[in-house]
Write a protein that binds this ligand. Structure first.
Ligand SMILES: Cc1cc2nc3c(=O)[nH]c(=O)nc-3n(C[C@H](O)[C@H](O)[C@H](O)COP(=O)(O)OP(=O)(O)OC[C@H]3O[C@@H](n4cnc5c(N)ncnc54)[C@H](O)[C@@H]3O)c2cc1C
Length: 291
């Protein structure tokens, strides 16, 4: 196996262009499992850990631009105040060791339907930045996932960063697993309230071939909040509306029966998580509004 170790981003892109079959490695928490279990043996590996550019983050035209190599531990520690939903999801990833090594870029690269970073990125309408020699393109995260463990990256591209707006309002993330830590989601749900645009963002994990949004559910809830004048005079949402919101979230999923859970259980759990996460986020909005 050829081992390539660029020290700059330009060098990394050149190596990817010269070796399109080469597999990138960041934290290695997915790649090394695949190699150790002999599921996949790439002809070449490009180690991105020495590329400083990938570990940087900053503001760009009102958006946070976060390098693909920023770990979960750093998302929690450095960006938890601005990206509450992603930080909540990051806290559920693996163990401290995995959170110290694993990156959001690697989660995107693996594109597992169960990747925990994906629902909050969908709920916040994040954008993935892809680069190749002499070119850069950005695409909405909702267009990035193309199938189970497949994404829109071309052979000569690498993920340079993702861009996301700092939270405009309360965000929540919830994950169902068979135990509390070190667990692949049976299903998960993220919600982001944007009081400025009067919008609700959603993201569903582990309940469809790719992570997906619950667009009809979000539109329904936006309608309820708008018609009830609830953005300006926030009060508790009525239980029938919450029930319907949960049903619409469950309907947006396309779950399967597998070793972790049945499709029916996943739909049920999603409807419960949808109601609860919205309830928590809306309570926070009401508290902030009355302060
Ligand atoms: C014990 C254990 C527990 C885990 N628990 C969870 C969990 O709770 N939730 C969860 O979501 N995941 C979990 N994972 C999976 C894994 O930790 C995450 O998917 C993590 O985000 C992968 O990041 P990484 O940096 O280690 O990626 P790597 O393993 O280095 O790479 C993963 C994939 O992304 C590609 N890639 C990486 N960086 C780039 C880049 N810049 N450009 C292009 N492609 C790139 C690689 O080629 C590879 O295909 C767990 C893994 C282990 C071993």
């Amino acid at each position: 196996m050829e081992f390539l170790q660029p020290t700059t981003w330009a060098e990394a892109l050149q190596m990817k262009s010269a070796h399109p079959e080469a597999m990138a490695i960041a934290g290695g928490t997915d790649v090394m499992v695949e190699i150790n279990l002999d599921r996949h043996r790439p002809a070449a590996i490009i180690d991105l850990t020495r590329v400083a550019e990938l570990t940087e983050w900053g503001m760009e035209a009102g958006l946070l631009r976060i390098g693909a190599g920023v770990t979960y531990a750093r998302i929690i520690g450095e960006l938890g105040g601005q990206l509450q939903g992603l930080a909540m999801a990051s806290r559920t990833v693996g163990s401290p060791q995995i959170r110290n090594r694993g990156t959001v870029g690697g989660n995107l690269g693996s594109a597992s339907p169960a990747g925990d970073a994906h629902p909050p990125l969908l709920a916040s309408d994040a954008v993935v930045e892809l680069a190749s020699v002499g070119a850069r393109r950005r695409l909405p995260v909702r267009d990035f996932f193309t199938g189970p463990k497949q994404n829109a990256m071309k052979k000569d591209e690498l993920i340079s960063a993702f861009l996301v707006e700092p939270a405009k309002g309360p965000q929540q993330f919830s994950k169902v697993g068979t135990r509390n830590a070190m667990v692949i989601a049976v299903c998960s749900f993220a919600i982001a309230i944007d009081p400025e645009r009067r919008q609700i963002g959603t993201g569903i994990g582990s309940a469809a071939p790719t992570p997906v949004v619950a667009g009809d559910a979000a539109s329904f809830l936006e309608g309820v909040l708008e018609e009830g004048g609830m953005w300006d005079t926030p009060r508790a949402a009525d239980s029938k509306a919450l029930q319907r919101f949960g049903e619409l979230v469950a309907a947006a999923a396309r779950p399967i029966d597998d070793v972790r859970g049945t499709a029916a259980y996943r739909r049920h759990a999603l409807s419960v998580m949808a109601r609860r996460t919205f309830g928590w986020a809306w309570d926070e909005y009401r508290t902030r509004a009355s302060a």
